[in-house]
Design a protein around this ligand. Structure first.
Ligand SMILES: Cc1cc2nc3c(=O)[nH]c(=O)nc-3n(C[C@H](O)[C@H](O)[C@H](O)COP(=O)(O)OP(=O)(O)OC[C@H]3O[C@@H](n4cnc5c(N)ncnc54)[C@H](O)[C@@H]3O)c2cc1C
Length: 410
């Protein structure tokens, strides 16, 4: 039983799910969920997939029906920004000056997309992709025969490219780094993924330095530093995000590429917690501090943090996992494949697997590309193997290895 008020800053994925978990696990006090976006909490992944393809409207991405908040006695304050945390008096101050007292405070402020800073980035037809407004605008502008430039070969850029191809657009993907999704994938997996795009006619280029975007009102071309130009009708960019740590920092909490928390997802102030994209926690499995930007992490941390706000003392230690859908295949990734020095290829049904191991064989990550039905099961088993800290016999690399097969049998 907990009758104190809980305040959650950020009515996004992890904030909303934490509110639900607090109620589910027995929080009886007031719960106030404050979000600066105008929308009730929604699921972001469909924005770069089903919404672009016209298979789902952005309104259909809401996590809960509107009545759910009243039914669960959760005070939802939308379009409202928290301006300050007053730790001494245990209250948050909203942008309009109103105070909201808390017993426990959860910071679930997520991340903000990096804006494109090139000259011409403000032209019509140039879009980031983070919110329903962005997704609706891009979906309206992707039409058969249009020329689309995607800046950034991260997961969002590649999903936009896949959707644009499916809609009959002519697509170029321009990336400054030497390969795609370099922060989360080893080279071999990235190459396999890019090959899928190229085989569908996408022009994917790496090491591209852009100089400017051109257009009268709407964008009509992108210019490279070396002088080359690509004519285009639409530009979509995905050039990374940064954690929204401003509030925590101003409140004197430790921030280091994310809000620093202990294994209970608690900051050094025992009444303030953090979860989701903004949270930097110490992973026992990997022995280092991690900040993850994915759906599963938002989901899992929301549940754990709610339990800890209720005093259950549950350490968070999940193996990272994320997915992406592109064309007719899924990419699923468990663990941290970029920590591997060797990539061992394998197959499972129609899925291509890539196991990432250290020089002494420790399994650090696994990636799979293929139909979702063939990808999900081996990745689940390999995720469990990463949690068990399995070691592989790297002398048997090749099309597969004996103990990879054994891991997949389990
Ligand atoms: C287009 C897109 C597609 C994605 N696809 C995938 C995918 O396929 N697979 C996958 O694993 N992950 C995917 N993700 C990532 C996943 O959606 C995020 O990791 C997840 O949303 C993080 O949840 P969060 O609660 O930390 O942040 P968010 O959901 O961003 O919520 C944070 C909220 O806090 C609000 N906020 C911040 N500061 C304040 C303040 N001071 N006052 C009030 N409100 C504030 C923000 O406006 C935001 O609404 C995708 C993300 C995007 C954008």
């Amino acid at each position: 039983m907990n009758t104190q008020p809980a305040v959650i800053v950020g009515a996004g994925h992890s904030g909303a799910k934490a509110a639900a978990a607090l109620r589910k696990h027995g929080w009886t006090g007031d719960i106030t969920l404050v979000g600066d976006e105008p929308h009730a909490p929604y699921d972001r992944p469909p924005l770069s997939k089903a919404v672009l393809l016209g298979k789902k409207s952005s309104d259909q991405c809401a996590f809960f029906p509107n009545s759910w908040f009243d039914d669960n006695n959760i005070g939802l304050r939308l379009g409202t920004s928290v301006a300050r945390i007053d730790r001494q008096n245990k209250r948050v101050v909203l942008a309009d000056g109103e105070d909201v007292p808390y017993g426990k405070l959860l910071l679930a402020t997520g991340s903000a997309f990096n804006r494109l800073t090139l000259p011409g980035a403000e032209l019509d037809g140039v879009w980031p992709l983070r919110t329903p407004q962005h997704a609706d605008a891009i979906a309206r502008s992707l039409k058969t025969g249009l020329r689309v430039v995607v800046i950034g070969a991260g997961v969002i850029g590649l999903e936009v490219a896949a959707a644009a191809v499916e809609l009959g657009c002519d697509v170029h993907v321009l990336e400054i780094a030497p390969y795609a999704m370099g922060r989360s994938l080893p080279l071999a997996v990235s190459e396999a993924l890019v090959a899928e795009h190229r085989s569908r006619g996408v022009d994917v280029r790496f090491g591209v330095r852009l100089a400017s975007l051109e257009g009268k009102e709407a964008v009509s071309a992108v210019h490279f530093e070396g002088g080359e130009t690509i004519a285009c009708d639409v530009v979509v960019y995905g050039v990374g995000v940064r954690p929204r740590t401003e509030l925590a920092e101003a409140a004197g909490l430790a921030v280091d590429n994310g809000i620093v928390v202990n294994p209970l997802l608690q900051t050094e102030d025992p009444d303030i917690f953090a979860c989701g994209d903004v949270c930097r926690y110490k992973s026992r499995i990997f022995g280092s501090a991690l900040r993850l930007e994915n759906w599963r992490n938002a989901e899992d941390q929301a549940d754990t943090v709610a339990r800890n706000m209720l005093g259950q003392e549950k350490a968070f230690d999940e193996v990272p996992w994320f997915w992406s859908n592109q064309y007719d295949f899924a990419l699923q990734v468990a663990g941290l494949p970029t920590l591997g020095e060797i990539t061992i290829p394998a197959t499972s049904g129609a899925a291509r697997l890539f196991l990432s191991v250290t020089a002494d064989g420790a399994l650090r990550g696994a990636s799979a590309i293929g139909p979702v039905r063939d990808v999900a099961s081996p990745i689940r088993k390999l995720k469990a193997a990463i949690a068990r800290d399995e070691t592989l016999d790297i002398r048997t690399t090749g099309s597969s290895s004996a103990n990879v097969d054994a891991l997949l049998q389990n």
